[in-house]
Write a protein that binds this ligand. Sequence first.
Ligand code: ASP
Length: 341
Amino acid sequence: MSTPKILIIYTGGTIGMIKDQRTGELRSFNFEYIYDHVPELERFNFDLKSISISKPIDSSEITLCHWTDLVEIIETNYTNYDGFVILHGSDTMAFTASALSFMIQGLTKPIILTGSQLPIGTIRTDGKENLITAVEIAGARDENGQAVVQEVAVYFEYSLYRGNRCSKVSANQFEAFQSPNYPELAVAGVNIEFAHDRLFRTKSPELTFHKKLSNQVGLVKLFPGIPIEYYQKLFDFESVKALILETYGAGNAPSHPRMQAMLEQYIKAGGIVLNVTQCSSGSVKQGAYETSSFFERIGVISGKDITTEAAITKTQYLLGSGMNQQAIIESLHQSLVGEMS
Ligand code: ASP
């Protein structure tokens, strides 16, 4: 078997930050220093190359344009590399991983996102292990020489998660991610144990790179006492084409007449509403309670057990794809790339 060729794409985040001696703030440093801090990378029997986006960012600054840039980088390098590792801040990593899973379909190579809670230059950093193991996973092949992982995944603190299934759950624990509705794809101990039956295999006959996303997606998170009239602008189909509604439990909402009227009018005007649960695990089941039967009657779509990150990015992708409304609705009912059970 030939030496695996891996491209490391640096976007910023804590992993590549240093402390400004004067202000004490964390800021991005020149990516070339990463090899000074992780000389172990050079000991891999891999052909490793790295590139950096032109202006590395704290991942809170991520925009839809950064996702398009990442897709372009991967498209340009796809045939020349066997796998990709994206170094990314953890704050929005689950959004980027979800977006890439929809934007690049028909994948047969791994795209592994990783980052860290402590900068790579600090003594107790989690960044070294995360980076080294992410690279090892990106280079893993089976006995036929095929990539073991053929999807977008997140590696963090000894676990590999499907990218569109995980969320950031801790601001300070090393175990910053969880994937409550889909078990780990791999766990790294003495060996990296892959759960082969959980790994995604594409049914798409061809590899496609989508670069258009829509920013006409809104999110409403319900809470007791929500002054729904303040949200009027979000229910305006001219500016917002799809709304993600974060509801309680199994997809429930108060039977608030004003909110029900706003939703019904919005859907009649052509708006798409996707119901996702605020719970970190479990699924929306519209109609299980009286408090969600209304949604079923007016055509709100059940997001089942999708994460909010995947719901938002899937909708941004579908609206940007130029599909007609019926095709978008059908796609929201289905799992496209393993994002729903
Ligand atoms: N604020 C940082 C970021 O997301 C945190 C991290 O890297 O973990 O870029």
